[in-house]
Design a protein around this ligand. Structure first.
Ligand code: SF4
Length: 345
C-alpha cells in the first residue's frame, strides 16, 4: 500500500504538470445490445440468446438522439459511439454519426470494431478518432477472452488512422487475469500505435459469463494501472470506468492520474446519492467537476429539437424518448434550475 501511495503521489504530480485540475463524466452512446462477434467471454452481449439476431437488438435512433441532447445539455463528454460489431449497416451508422454530430456540435470517437478504409473515409466528416476495443494486450489472455476478435485488425486500423490525422483510443479491462508483468506490453502497444486515450475499466462480473463469480478488481488494483500509465505516458488521456457500486473509488482514481470517469449509468442514477458522492469525490481529489450529475437543466427542449434538421416524425419520437429520460432523471429528486451551474457550487 505504501508503494501504491508513493506511486500515486508521483502520478499526481505528473497529472498536474500536463492537465488542468478538472474532471468530467464521459458517456458512451450505445446503439445495440447484441453483436455479431458475441463470444467475448466477459461481455454482456455474449449472454444474449443464440436465437436473437444481433441486427434485431438495435436501439431506436430517436432514443440515441434524445440521449445525445441530454449529454450536450448536461455538459458531459461524449465518450464514443459504440454498439455490437456488424449490427448497423454503413448507411445506418453514417446517419447516426451525422445526427449525433449535429446535436452535440463536435466530432466523435467511434468504436465499432476494425473499420476498413472506404468506410473510415466515409465517416471522416463526423469523427475525430477511432477506438479499438482491445480489452487486453497479453496475447494468451486475449485469445481466451476474445476468441473471435483478434488484435491484428485493430492494429491495422490504428496505423490506417494516421493517414487521416484521426486520434486513437483503446480499451483495457483490469481483472480478467492480467498480471503486473503485462504492464510493459501495454506501454509498448500504446507507444507503437501512438495511442492518445485509454478507457481503463474494472471487470464487471456479468451474470451468465465465465466471470460471473469472479470478484471485481480492488480500487487499489485499478488505481495501480492508472498510476503506472500516467507515469509511463504522461500525456495519455486516461478514462477510469466505474459502476454505481464503485463511486467511492472516484477520488482514488483521480488521484492516481485519471482524467475523467466513465461507464457509470448516469441517466439512471441522475441526482441520486451515488451522483452526489461522485461529485464530492472529485472535489476531494482537488478537481472541478465540469458536468452536471445533480440538477435538472433548464432547457427549452422543444426549441432544441425543432432547430435540428431531422424529419418531423423523428423529432416527435425524440421528444417522446426525452420525456422518458427526464422522468427517470427526476426520480431521485434532482431539482430544476434556471441557470447552468457547476455542480461543485
Ligand atoms: S466484440 Fe465487443 S460487443 Fe461484441 S461480444 Fe466482444 S466485447 Fe462484446
Amino acid at each position: 500500500m505504501d508503494d501504491l501511495h508513493s506511486l500515486m503521489q508521483q502520478a499526481q504530480l505528473i497529472y498536474r504538470a500536463h492537465f488542468p485540475m478538472e474532471t468530467n463524466f464521459e458517456r458512451a452512446l450505445f446503439f445495440s445490445w447484441g453483436c455479431t462477434i458475441g463470444d467475448c467471454v466477459f461481455c454482456y452481449m455474449s449472454t444474449q440468446p443464440a436465437g436473437k439476431k444481433p441486427t434485431e437488438t438495435k436501439r431506436s435512433i430517436s432514443s440515441i438522439f434524445a440521449e445525445s441532447l441530454l449529454v450536450k445539455h448536461l455538459h458531459w463528454d461524449v465518450g464514443f459511439v459504440t454498439g455490437g460489431i456488424g449490427v448497423l449497416k454503413p448507411d445506418e451508422l453514417e446517419f447516426l454519426l451525422k445526427g449525433i454530430y449535429e446535436i452535440v456540435g463536435e466530432k466523435l470517437w467511434l468504436s465499432v470494431g476494425p473499420i476498413p478504409k472506404p468506410l473510415l473515409e466515409r465517416y471522416l466528416p463526423y469523427i475525430k478518432g477511432i477506438v479499438g476495443s482491445t480489452e487486453t494486450v497479453n496475447p494468451v489472455l486475449h485469445k481466451k477472452v476474445c476468441p473471435s476478435k483478434p488484435l491484428a485488425p485493430y492494429e491495422k486500423m490504428f496505423e490506417l488512422s494516421k493517414q487521416y490525422s484521426l486520434k486513437r483510443a483503446m480499451t483495457f479491462i483490469v481483472g480478467m487475469g492480467e498480471t503486473h508483468e503485462d504492464f510493459p506490453l501495454l506501454v509498448d502497444f500504446i507507444k507503437k500505435h501512438d495511442i492518445h486515450k485509454i478507457h481503463l475499466y474494472g471487470l464487471i462480473p456479468t451474470k451468465g459469463t465465465i466471470y460471473e463469480h469472479t470478484p471485481p478488481p480492488t480500487k487499489e488494483e485499478q488505481a495501480w494501472w492508472i498510476a503506472q500509465l500516467r507515469i509511463a505516458v504522461p500525456t495519455l488521456d486516461i478514462q477510469a470506468g466505474i459502476w454505481d457500486d464503485r463511486a467511492e473509488s472516484v477520488s482514488f482514481f483521480l488521484q492516481a492520474g485519471a482524467n475523467s470517469i466513465s461507464k457509470f449509468q448516469a441517466v439512471k442514477f441522475f441526482g441520486s446519492e451515488v451522483c452526489r458522492q461522485i461529485v464530492a469525490e472529485a472535489k476531494n481529489a482537488g478537481r472541478t467537476f465540469s458536468g452536471n450529475l445533480l440538477t435538472m437543466p433548464s432547457v427549452d427542449w422543444d426549441a432544441e429539437i425543432e432547430r435540428l434538421s431531422f424529419s418531423g416524425e423523428l423529432k416527435v419520437e425524440i421528444r417522446k424518448k426525452l420525456d422518458v429520460y427526464l422522468k427517470q432523471m427526476g426520480k431521485h429528486g434532482a431539482k430544476h434550475i434556471n441557470r447552468v451551474v457547476l455542480v461543485n457550487d
